[in-house]
Design a binder for this molecule. Structure first.
Ligand code: F6P
Length: 556
């Protein structure tokens, strides 16, 4: 394929376009009868099981998707990523989050330099620092141990670490290591978030980690200044050196802010914000909470998937299969949304993290060459843990719109409960739902079945389930730090696969800029109106009216 051609102009895409019409005529009930097909759609790797037999796809579909991958030069693009080529062309950067979890003796090059020693230099520094804080040899300005950490950051400097933190909170080994410690995340510039985060904390025993790749993000910098003042007001400005550290690629601005460069933890421009959880962005706060050795296992889990993704043939490659199936669902079956449904409360922050990873990466309107896409890329991700989601939006998923679902289950729970007299454990109860829902979606319930159950005629349309709703099931052996790392990397790479096939740049995010610059104009106006009483000017009628009303209300 010539580099400027769209993937939709290729023969494999056109072939899939006609093939999808046949698939649409075949109900999943029929597809599921073919045991050979089902067997071929189960993939195992390192304790993980992926079953995608409930996708509206035949073995023929898969063959055609592999041809599409070839036309998109998927393998070549993956290799370019691992080779440190500047695949993020609009920012002229490599995309090397895989280097963040590479083994110490690995070699991964960016701009002619092996970046792995730099990665490990920072990891070693984190290890040493977090051990000092956790052991109490690094104390606050008043001599007290720093038991609490507030990580200040937003977007990619927040969502990934929050997901991992939530996932490990109830994991026995991690929970034991975290005894007596608290980790909180301050993201929103809303002062309510500040209040919620500092409630119950004392500046004397709190360490603030300011996390920002650019160290310019308005929300993070204001929140950082707010917490700096909180510490200063309580124990004096000299306390900042002991109570505030930073994670950034911009060490000059870190120093300007007043944080000792010795207490700054670097990362690099080849790490995208939403792909940065395995850098100091996540590793520092998470190691403060759980200890470095637990977080190292998380990195190892992600690394195992990096190897799998790079070296496994596409037919058995979990991120590749997931990515191709997403393209199939979005671009051919016409289902633009996806529900992420982990059957584990520990994964409650997984969907919010993947929302950013997926939608900020693939929510693009032009090809990597800047040409308007003749098809829609990206997908709308949302989700909730089961079974909570079942009592919320599953009605729509079962009888309303078709939304392909990712069911994520865990074989062994972090927190087993066996009640006396109950024949199934609490986890079995949860997992009964995990196993049942995909079949309910795939098979549905026919009017004939309802008639056989003597359902009143007038209720039959209401109680009918059309079925034929695609899902996939991903089973993790357990949910320890290693497995959490595996899950993270699977989804990161899946998103990249989608972007590579659609021919977009999944690693820039220009779409967040316009809102930021308009907010800065509003901020200027608020400042002028509040300090000099100037009236609102230069905005359209609607915004002028809203701003004026806001300014007239009691200031706050
Ligand atoms: O939302 C836009 C964005 O640039 C994200 O890509 C990024 O993760 C977030 O803002 C935070 O940026 P920073 O880490 O530079 O503060």
């Amino acid at each position: 394929m010539a580099s400027s051609a769209f993937i939709c102009d290729t023969e494999p895409w056109k072939d899939l376009k006609s093939h999808v019409e046949n698939i649409k005529k075949t109900h999943l009930r029929e597809l599921m009868k073919d045991v050979e097909r089902c067997k071929s759609m189960i993939v195992e790797n390192d304790g993980l099981v992926l079953d995608y037999s409930r996708q509206c796809a035949s073995q023929d579909t898969m063959e055609k998707l592999f041809k599409l991958a070839e036309a998109a030069r998927l393998k070549e693009k993956i290799d370019k990523m691992y080779n440190g080529e500047h695949i993020n062309s609009t920012e002229d950067r490599s995309v090397l989050h895989v280097a963040l979890r590479a083994a110490k003796d690995a070699t991964i090059y960016s701009d002619g330099k092996n970046v792995v020693p730099d990665v490990w230099h920072v990891l070693d520094k984190i290890k040493a620092f977090t051990e000092k804080v956790r052991s109490g040899s690094w104390v606050g300005a008043t001599g007290k141990a720093l038991k609490d950490v507030v990580a200040v950051g937003i977007g990619g400097s927040f969502l990934g670490p929050l997901f991992v933190h939530a996932a490990l909170q109830t994991e026995p080994e991690a929970a034991k290591c975290a005894e007596g410690r608290r980790l909180r995340f301050l993201a929103n510039v809303d002062p309510i978030d500040v209040a919620r985060n500092i409630t119950g904390l004392s500046p004397e025993t709190t360490l603030v980690v300011v996390v920002s790749k650019t160290f310019t993000t308005a929300e993070t910098m204001l929140n950082a200044r707010t917490l700096r003042e909180w510490i200063s007001a309580a124990i004096g400005p000299q306390a900042i050196a002991k109570h505030m550290v930073a994670v950034s690629t911009n060490l000059t601005l870190v120093e300007k802010f007043g944080i000792d460069p010795a207490n700054a933890f670097a990362f690099w421009d080849w790490v995208g914000g939403r792909y940065s959880v395995c850098s100091a962005v996540g590793v520092l706060p998470l190691s403060l909470q759980y200890g470095f050795s637990v977080i190292e296992k998380f990195l190892n889990g992600a690394s195992s998937i990096d190897k799998h993704f790079h070296s496994t043939p596409f037919e058995k490659n979990i991120p590749v299969l997931l990515g191709l199936l997403s393209v199939w669902n979005v671009s051919f079956l016409g289902y633009p949304a996806r529900a992420i449904l982990p059957y584990s409360q520990a994964l409650e922050k997984f969907a919010p993290h993947i929302q950013q990873v997926s939608m900020e990466s693939n929510g693009k309107g032009v090809s990597i060459d800047g040409l308007l896409l003749p098809f829609e890329a990206g997908e709308i991700d949302f989700g909730e843990p089961g079974t909570n989601g079942q009592h919320s939006f599953y009605q729509l998923i079962h009888q309303g719109r078709v939304i392909p679902c990712d069911f994520i289950g865990v074989m062994k729970t972090q927190q087993p409960v066996y009640l006396k007299g109950e024949t199934v454990s609490n986890h079995d109860e949860l997992m009964s739902n995990f196993f049942a829902q995909p079949d309910a979606l795939a098979y549905g319930k026919t009017p004939e079945q309802l008639l056989g159950e003597n359902v009143a005629n007038h209720l039959i349309p209401h109680k009918t389930f059309s079925g034929n709703r695609p899902s996939l099931s991903l089973l993790l052996p357990s949910l320890n730090a290693y497995n959490v790392g595996q899950l993270l990397a699977i989804y990161e790479h899946r998103v990249a696969v989608e972007g590579f096939v659609w021919g977009i740049n999944s690693f820039d995010q220009w779409g967040v800029e316009l809102g930021k610059s308009l907010a800065s104009q509003v901020r200027k106006q608020l400042n002028l109106s509040r300090t000099k009483g100037e009236s609102v000017e230069g905005f359209n009628f609607s915004t002028t009216n809203l701003l004026t009303r806001y300014l007239e209300a009691e200031s706050g």
